[in-house]
Design a protein. Structure first.
Length: 156
């Protein structure tokens, strides 16, 4: 079902958090050749990140308001496109936390078209907060509850 989200792990997968969602490719998502315009994937990946956080009760908006967090900027990424997607294709985006570090975490987004892997995107996000002493935004340690939820060590 489009937009449906699932929070489960594949067999043999580590305890890290996994979330799945579906996207139906619309006419406006495509370039003049009728395939998905690549930048649209990045908007879907960002939405998938926020869906994953929401699936365990984490809200970046709440963290910004209550915990002084500035954001989760993208620090590094790499994308591998293997199959084109076209209008009316239904894509499944599987988002998995693959590493949790002191101030950052890594995600792997895998986009499936039917059963075939179409796109793989790996990104590193850094938690940031304004450091008044330094007068700038700096990396901020992940709060312990957030790290536990992302690593699969805590229940949502």
């Amino acid at each position: 079902m489009p937009g449906q989200k699932h929070n489960h792990r594949a067999e043999g997968e580590s305890r890290m958090l996994v979330n799945r969602r579906t996207v139906t490719v619309e006419w406006g998502d495509c370039d003049p050749n009728g395939i998905v315009f690549n930048p649209n994937y990045y908007a879907w990946f960002d939405a998938a990140l926020h869906g994953l956080l929401k699936s365990v009760g984490l809200s970046l908006t709440r963290m910004m308001a209550e915990d002084g967090i500035d954001g989760l900027p993208l620090a590094e990424n790499r994308t591998k496109f293997m199959l084109p997607a076209r209008q009316d294709d239904v894509l499944t985006i599987e988002t998995a936390v693959t590493a949790v570090n002191r101030c950052a975490f890594e995600l792997t987004h895998r986009v499936f078209k039917d059963e075939a892997l179409a796109v793989e995107y790996v990104e590193t996000r850094v938690l940031t907060a304004f450091d008044a002493a330094a007068g700038r935004v700096k990396a901020h340690p992940l709060p312990a509850p957030m790290a536990a939820l992302l690593s699969g060590e805590a229940a949502a």
